[in-house]
Ligand binder design. Structure first.
Ligand SMILES: NC(=O)c1ccc[n+]([C@@H]2O[C@H](COP(=O)([O-])OP(=O)(O)OC[C@H]3O[C@@H](n4cnc5c(N)ncnc54)[C@H](OP(=O)(O)O)[C@@H]3O)[C@@H](O)[C@H]2O)c1
Length: 296
């Protein structure tokens, strides 16, 4: 697959007026990877290689930091001055203490500070896309997001944010947010073998021209015979099959695989050109007893 390594081979999607390749990159692991000791030069090399290979959508957050690393600082060091077409998506909501623990949901005033923090760290005068993260990685948020999303909508009006998204949410949150300001993306945990209850949500987002941006598309998956067999048939890795499956879930689905390895990065971007047949997709949908199209 090496001859076609380009993030553009899976096509593009509009985040509002911003065009992104559907295969992107998630920067969290650069700062929070294992013991947090990923080599700094390697992290910078991964980011630069991502852009070389056509990645123009990078997901990050000011709270992606460890005692030794900040994802935003690495992005700025590696890529600023930024390519014109690069879209950097950040997220705000929870804060993180220096010991890494998450702080309670931010107040509207704290959200403004978080937006300003991201702007400062990335060295920009505004943010392209900001997700309001209301739940945790494990749990979808509960309750209303109106106050917090309304606060971000005001920052959008002020020009500090171009487009808004929401993260760790359900369809009820999308409806609530859309009534306040346009939503360009939903970012939830979702993958071949995780959170398939969001199948219908992916389609609902597609109907509203909202991007669905799953995280842990690779990391959530335990090794599985069907995935491995299909990978073998294509001469690719199971991670590539999981990413390709993700991109086959709808044109509005954007991938943001994270890695601290240039080799894995190249594999992941190569998966943008991996086409799975209907028969293979049906086999994959049967993995772990999932019934195709169930969508509870
Ligand atoms: N909104 C939210 O609440 C939220 C929560 C979590 C994450 N996110 C976003 O989602 C992005 C993706 O999440 P993620 O990075 O945790 O999960 P991921 O992309 O599903 O998986 C990353 C893990 O898989 C490994 N990996 C990557 N490519 C591989 C390959 N080709 N072969 C084998 N292993 C591979 C990585 O290790 P190596 O480094 O060794 O490759 C890492 O351990 C994050 O960067 C972040 O931007 C958002």
């Amino acid at each position: 697959m090496t001859e076609t390594i380009n993030a553009g081979t899976a096509g593009t999607w509009q985040l509002g007026d911003l065009t992104v390749n559907r295969m992107g990159y998630g920067a969290m692991r650069l700062a929070i990877s294992g013991d947090g000791r990923l080599d700094r030069d390697q992290a910078i090399a991964v980011l630069r290689r991502a852009v070389e290979l056509g990645v123009n959508h990078i997901d990050t957050a000011a709270f992606y930091f460890s005692p030794l690393r900040s994802a935003n600082e690495l992005i700025s060091t590696a890529l600023n001055p930024y390519p014109d077409d690069l879209v950097i998506t950040t997220k705000v909501g929870p804060g993180r203490a220096l010991d890494g623990s998450f702080l309670p949901e931010a107040t509207p005033e704290q959200l403004r500070l978080q937006v300003e923090e991201n702007i400062g760290q990335l060295g920009r005068d505004h943010l392209d896309v900001v997700n309001l993260r209301i739940g945790s990685t494990l749990d979808r948020g509960a309750g209303s997001l109106a106050d917090r999303f309304g606060a971000l909508a005001e920052l959008r009006q002020e020009g500090l944010i171009r487009h808004l998204g929401i993260s760790n949410v359900g369809p009820e949150h999308l409806a609530e947010a859309q009534a306040i300001a346009p939503v360009v993306c939903v970012q939830n945990q979702y993958g071949l073998t995780v959170r398939r209850e969001d199948d219908d949500f992916v389609r609902l987002c597609a109907d509203q021209k909202v991007a669905f941006v799953p995280f842990f598309a690779i990391a959530s998956g335990a090794e599985d015979e069907t995935v491995t067999a299909i990978a073998r048939d294509h001469g690719v890795s199971p991670a590539q099959v999981r990413l390709a499956w993700t991109l086959h879930q709808g044109l509005n689905v954007l991938a943001i695989p994270g890695t601290g390895s240039v080799e894995h990065l190249e594999e992941n971007i190569a998966a943008a050109s991996l086409r799975l047949s209907e028969a293979e997709l049906a086999r994959l949908d049967g993995v772990n007893g999932h019934e195709p199209g169930r969508g509870e």
